[in-house]
Write a protein that binds this ligand. Structure first.
Ligand SMILES: Cc1ncc(COP(=O)(O)O)c(C=O)c1O
Length: 394
């Protein structure tokens, strides 16, 4: 009898379906509110939808350049200058990609290989870890701790060696909501230059910021422009995770390499949708202010419900996730808490251990995503508030 597993390539051997997808599947089975997966279910802005429909009607249906259509790259370059403070040439430094994930995969496959070391902060976004695994480097984890999810500068410095090829910086971060400060980024920038290391940033949540936290792009720090690949996208800012549109900005030689790889993997991002998303750059500043205000209200609603039942949380500075500690709610493990919330409170959350290389580090944490329509979030918060009754009847 043939065992189909024997066909499996070594590069995928340690890669499993994430807890996030698993929880989403179980969530559907029991009809709970899904605060597990990071999907924003708000509507896509009308002007973007109209522009995409017009592009489809106009038969903009053929492959685009692999780096994306000219007007979109021009619009991205203007936004990079005005919002991020990054000067770039739209013709040579900008690549539109199949989601920001497409750019991340292209960067990893282009520059990282077995024998390299890559530094990844924990808690991490699972795709970063798993995409890195495809390229088979040694991954060095540096753990973020404390109220502000800080790294120990000495621990970070010790993680850099002569083999370090790249560091991954996700700001604002999934899952912990950390927004790296300018000072922290300066420490990272100094180490990158000292050890001649490439920085790959994931800034997909760059517009989702709370209180007075400021988004700083690592590429704007002195000496970093030529060694940073800045990755962002449209999924989160314009509620279009399924459109699969993102982009990267990096010096021409880096962008050229990544473009060849992206072309091989998927040829180009969807052409009519690229035409549609150009319209997003016409949205007024109030669109972004309203989005942050809406998420701030959802963050407050979710934190209040969690606090009321002993699910202690640290207010995220950005992104739309909340990490809570489950111990004061009467749980000893994240999985037990996730099971009770799902099966008795009707709320899916992701066990914290799935965001750390050593599961013990997240064994009392849960991640909740509050990017939900208000009526769903209200239902989820009511479920969370029922937790003490559930616990009392166990
Ligand atoms: C940190 C981070 N990066 C990237 C992505 C995926 O982005 P995209 O839809 O642009 O591929 C997500 C989605 O949850 C994310 O949390």
């Amino acid at each position: 009898m043939t065992n189909p597993q024997r066909f499996e390539a070594q590069r995928v051997a340690g890669i499993a379906q994430s807890d996030i997808r698993l929880m989403s599947r179980r969530c559907m089975e029991v009809g709970a509110v899904n605060l597990g997966q990071g999907i924003c279910d708000q509507p896509t802005p009308d002007l973007v939808k109209e522009a995409a429909k017009a592009a489809i009607d106009a038969d903009q249906s053929i492959y685009s350049k692999y780096e994306g259509i000219d007007p979109l790259r021009a619009a991205i370059a203007r936004k990079m200058k005005s919002y991020n403070g990054i000067e770039c040439d739209p013709d040579t430094d900008v690549m539109v990609s199949a989601g920001s994930t497409g750019a991340f995969v292209a960067a990893v496959l282009s520059f990282i290989e077995a024998g390299d070391e890559v530094i990844l902060f924990s808690p991490f976004y699972g795709y970063h870890l798993n995409v890195l695994k495809l390229a088979r480097p040694t991954i060095k984890h540096v753990t973020l701790r404390g109220d502000n999810w800080e790294f120990d500068p000495d621990e970070l410095a010790a993680a850099f060696t002569s083999k370090t090829k790249a560091i991954i910086v996700n700001t604002p971060a999934n899952p912990c909501g950390k927004v790296f400060t300018r000072e922290e980024l300066a420490t990272i920038a100094g180490l990158c230059q000292e050890h001649d290391v490439l920085a790959i940033t994931d800034e997909i949540y760059e517009y989702i910021l709370y209180d007075d936290h400021e988004h700083v792009s690592l590429a704007t720090l002195p000496g970093m422009a030529d060694r940073t690949i800045t990755i962002s996208g449209f999924s989160k800012t314009y509620n279009m995770t399924g459109w699969r549109l993102g982009y990267s900005v990096a010096a021409q030689p880096l962008t050229a390499r990544m473009g060849v790889v992206a072309d091989l993997v998927y040829i180009c991002p969807p052409t009519p949708l690229q035409h549609g998303v150009v319209a997003a750059f016409d949205l007024p500043a109030s669109y972004y202010e309203q989005m942050s205000a809406d998420y701030a209200a959802k963050r407050a609603m979710t934190m209040e419900a969690c606090d009321a039942v002993g699910l202690r949380s640290l207010a995220p500075h950005g992104s739309y996730y909340l990490m809570v500690d489950v111990r004061d709610a009467g749980f000893t493990t994240d999985r037990e808490a996730a099971d009770v919330l799902l099966n008795h409170c009707g709320v899916a959350a992701v066990p914290g251990s799935s965001f750390y290389v050593d599961p013990k580090d997240g064994a009392t944490q849960l991640r909740l995503c509050f990017a939900k329509q208000d009526h769903d979030l209200e239902r989820a918060c009511a479920g969370i508030r029922s937790l003490p009754d559930v616990m009392a009847s166990r």
